[in-house]
Write a protein that binds this ligand. Sequence first.
Ligand code: SF4
Length: 289
Amino acid sequence: MRYQPPVFRPPSEADSYILQITYGCSHNRCTFCAMYRTKTFRARPFSEIKEDILEAARVDSQIRRVFLADGDAMVLSTPKLLEILKLLNENFKSLERVAIYADAHGILRKTAEELAALREHKLSIVYLGLESGSDKVLSAINKGITATEMCDAITKARSAQIQTSVIALLGIGGVSDSAEHARETARVVSQMSPDYFSALTLTLVEGTELFDSERNGTFQALSPEASLQELGEMLAQIQPTTPIIFRTNHASNYVTLRGTLPQDREAMLSKIHLALKNKALKPEWMRGL
Ligand code: SF4
């Protein structure tokens, strides 16, 4: 099993076998993101992927969960993805689910039949970085996609019985667009009603455009308290059509929340309120990317 670092995975994939099937991110231009700046996007040769799967099966043939990396591995064509999924199913007899990072274009380019075929081969969950439901914010951060397109992608994946996990980024609108970011993200998440919704908190990373914008004063970052207040505003406005499991279990967050929307909304809002009142936010040194 070989990896081209850095390798990222969602917190909930901590126990999964991570398999790189692409390197980097095909977009790689979001102003806040340094995750894959050191990599040029490319699909990994199938021969290498096969060697790694066979090696992993020799080490542990009981693997139940696999996470396909890097940034938007769903961008691969359906035949390529099916080839990999078939190999995983053949070699891991206990395989329960395969997860993948996806951008909305990668989902939207696939037909309903293609998504159904991927689901049949145990592609069970897609993780999509929404960042914000505001097109103004999405445009400012150069996300390269609209909120409507991301909404359509999530709806399409859900129609194929693929679970969806959507991630927003607290603080990405800065001080000036915090209210819009909270309101529009709540609106879009309500419309998507994904199976899972989580929030990360913006960390400015040296070498990114947003870091420079903060330094030259064109972007004003939220304080930790303001980012928690933003989260509260977001949660208060989400009106899902089906229950959403919500969590802030990422290392970047100041407070860890876990609950189902809408039923646990008040409990989670109380926890935010208490954390602000008692100044019980995670210290900066404990935060991670
Ligand atoms: S945020 Fe996602 S889409 Fe944007 S550059 Fe980073 S990995 Fe790529």
